[in-house]
Design a protein around this ligand. Structure first.
Ligand SMILES: *[C@@H]1O[C@H](CO)[C@@H](O)[C@H](O)[C@H]1NC(C)=O
Ligand SMILES: *[C@@H]1O[C@H](CO)[C@@H](O)[C@H](O)[C@H]1NC(C)=O
Length: 369
């Protein structure tokens, strides 16, 4: 009796170990192509997906459930068509699998707000002539995640606050590179204190300017994210005045429409970038090097994210990008995107990049005490 309970306990530990070690993209529901030919199998896949994502439908929501099932099935057909034709990236039944592309676009998971001034300067920039350049970067690959400059993936929820997540990621990176300390800082402070539009969108450079003017930004722990469902509260002015855990000294814009300039920037630290992020294959992206149907027109950029590295796989060059859609989207919350040598880059990723400047000398001199 005692022996069998020990065995059961060991089996439990082993099962837990299996669960943890396969945690990577376990948010993606797997299916087999034959499931697509059976209505019963499709229904049970949909039920399993709902269970995985904590979605429940009451009897009164029967019509809505029916509608979601049809969208889910259509997405699955497109996923399978894409995956079977062979490309550098895979799609799958991730957390957004029951949304149409339009619904996804409207769901405020983006949030880059381009003022007309910025659009005007984009237009002027787009008339630049681009000579081909050779980047002054020596390393073949670089991943700031393995160098301790990237915090775990966060989730902006249904709030158009991508700009705040992109900015905090870049500030966390600049601070880690300058001081050796990786400190997660507050999007909620940016959303509630720095901007009048909050969940209605913003710009990373405005966030950097605010942090400079404010003399710093609070930690994630002291000012946690609460705008997940789409409404942001009032600024906590006490925290705003008293908690300046991380400061920056300035910020710089990367020369637009230059892959070489962006590569040089990310060789120094993680960089805030803007992309066009409303394509269906980005919505359902799971892994690999994305080379999909997003727009590469700089006028279409609508989402702020964080560039955290670059590399090359089977002769295909890529960027490593941290998103703010939680770890149950994409490759545990990240996406690799092709570096294709085009002027605007995949999803116009070369259009509007910037990073905070933190002088190494401005780090707190705790060691002097
Ligand atoms: C990326 O997509 C384009 C357009 O579909 C295609 O021409 C190109 O070969 C693809 N690149 C790779 C590396 O698959
Ligand atoms: C940071 O460095 C820049 C460039 O060297 C300098 O102009 C600026 O005054 C410095 N700022 C602080 C706060 O030390």
């Amino acid at each position: 009796m005692a022996t069998s309970s020990v065995i059961w306990a060991l089996l439990g530990v082993f099962a837990l170990f299996l669960t943890l070690s396969s945690a990577d993209n376990s948010h993606v529901l797997s299916y087999s192509p034959s499931d697509l030919h059976s209505q019963a199998k499709l229904v049970s896949l949909f039920d399993a997906w709902n269970m995985k994502h904590g979605k429940h439908y009451t009897a009164a929501q029967k019509l809505e459930k029916h509608k979601r099932f049809h969208i889910f099935r259509d997405n699955l057909m497109r996923i399978e068509a894409h995956n079977s034709k062979g490309s550098t990236f895979k799609l799958g039944l991730n957390r957004f699998a029951d949304l149409t592309q339009d619904e996804f676009k409207q769901s405020r998971r983006l949030g880059l707000k381009l003022p007309s001034v910025k659009l005007g300067s984009l237009r002027r920039r787009s008339h630049f002539h681009h000579k081909s350049e050779t980047p002054m970067v020596t390393a073949e690959s670089l991943d700031w995640r393995t160098l301790g400059a990237v915090t775990p993936v966060k989730d902006q929820g249904m709030c158009g606050s991508c700009w705040a997540f992109s900015a905090t990621g870049a500030i966390e990176g600049a601070n880690a590179v300058a001081t050796g300390n990786l400190v997660s800082v507050s999007e909620e402070e940016l959303v509630t204190c720095s901007s009048e539009s909050g969940c209605d969108g913003g710009l990373m450079d405005d966030a950097f300017e605010w942090v400079i003017d404010n003399g710093g930004i609070a930690t994630e722990d002291n000012y946690p994210y609460l705008s997940y469902s789409g409404s942001s509260g009032a600024c906590d002015t006490k925290i705003e005045e008293e908690e300046k855990a991380v400061s920056i000294d300035g910020y710089a814009d990367v020369q637009p429409y230059s892959e070489a300039a962006l590569l040089e920037a990310v060789a120094k630290q993680p960089v805030s970038v803007a992309i066009e992020a409303s394509s269906w294959d980005l919505q359902l992206y799971v892994e690999g090097v994305y080379n999909g149907t997003c727009s590469s027109d700089p006028y279409d950029i609508n989402h702020g994210v964080l560039l955290v590295g670059y590399g090359s796989e089977n002769g295909v060059d890529y960027w490593i990008v941290k998103n703010s859609w939680g770890s149950s989207w994409g490759d545990s919350g990240f996406i690799r995107m092709i570096r294709n040598g085009s002027p605007f880059g995949i999803c116009a990723i070369h259009s509007m990049s910037s990073y905070p400047i933190k002088n190494a000398s401005s780090m707190p001199l705790v060691a002097d005490l």
